[in-house]
Write a protein that binds this ligand. Sequence first.
Ligand code: PLP
Length: 448
Amino acid sequence: MSAQKFTRRQVIATTSAGTLGALISHPFTTIGDNNTNKLAILGGDKIHKGEWPEWPIWNREAEKEITEMLRSGKWWRGNGEHVTTFEQKYAELMGAKHCLATASGTTALLVALHVLGVDAGDEVLVSPFTFIASYNAIFMNKALPVFVDTDPETFLMDTSKIENKITDRSSAILPVHIYGLPVDMDSVNEIAKKHNLAVIEDACQAWLGEYKGKKTGTLGDLGCFSFQNSKNLPTGEGGAILGNNDEIMDRCYSFHNCGRPYKSVKRTSDYPTRGSNRRMQQFQAIMLLSQMNRILKDADVRQKNAQYLDKKLSEIPGIIPYKLASGATRSAYHMYPFRYVAKEFNNVSKEKFMAALRAEGIPCNGGYGPQNKDGLIEEALNSKGYKRLFSEKRLKQWREENHLPGNDQLCKEAVIFYQSILLGSKNDMDDIVNAITKIYENRDQLTG
Ligand SMILES: Cc1ncc(COP(=O)(O)O)c(C=O)c1O
């Protein structure tokens, strides 16, 4: 780190909202040389010159067990103990009675939706600000995803807008704890109870998130998780369902195992119920188990850094960090999200802002697009099956109501940092703050 950079870091990172104005009236030219003050996208020095933590983190502990398992030929869950051990440990960590490991987060959602009775011709209320799998899983069950608009402040389903989207076909609510931010689950559960709807939490990005002190994914009827490569607890591909109801979880087990009998799913025949193969493999479980010791510590580091960013970034005009929903006590920080308000930056576009930030050495991206307008939706609604299952009138109404101003606004404004950035040092966090401050102060250098 150069002395010059250190000087500026100290100056900016300790700058409060009150002094930002003063700093703006005495711009960077008074602090460093011209090249330092020039935005990196225009050829100036970049703020962050080092590396960021890599992800995933390979764990040597897993090597021995994976080799042994490989040599044993006991690769599927039916002839080894690793998957069951992981299920026990994950349930314990999250405070759930049961865990069922699955092949992926998508398969966890497919199993949960089926077992909770989401059937052909049903409707499921879901957040549009999510990874496409949340509503692809609804389509795979031949049900209709009904989007509830997003609250741009929380990045989450606006629970005050759920009720007026309920119809006599509604069978479930699928709130998504996106980026690890917990949805206001009391509100969701209350509405679900009143209208007799199942609640499936998409906690695929929310390991160790907390709502009123309880873990996300344990608050609805079933909670679904992903352990895909990018996730905070990764194993290439993998997933899990958490639940507290014995009978429902027995049905999940049976369904994920080709419909074979399991405990309360009695053997009336070899395959008493429909099902498919959604099982987790042994090697996936070994990799997960090898990381269990680290995840609590990682979560604390992410939270500490995120809270630091919350404070510092909110002091910069036009930068609005996420707000925790009512009742949320801890985010799982799969991403660190904030909103970029272009008009505070001389109407420099979000894309230009992000390019400038990346040039300063800070990786970022723009989050989800308005996926409620994605091509797959019309492809589904125009399919033979959907035309049979839903009346022309209902599909017309669905299209008319597919206007989500809150979500559209958020898609335009959202900027996110990936979780491994939050595993960096305090100096790294200062670099983020300094880079955004530098762009803000030199916004006149950017156009378009
Ligand atoms: C919100 C959300 N739901 C569902 C999924 C699907 O999980 P998987 O990729 O493990 O199938 C993901 C994965 O990224 C996700 O982020």
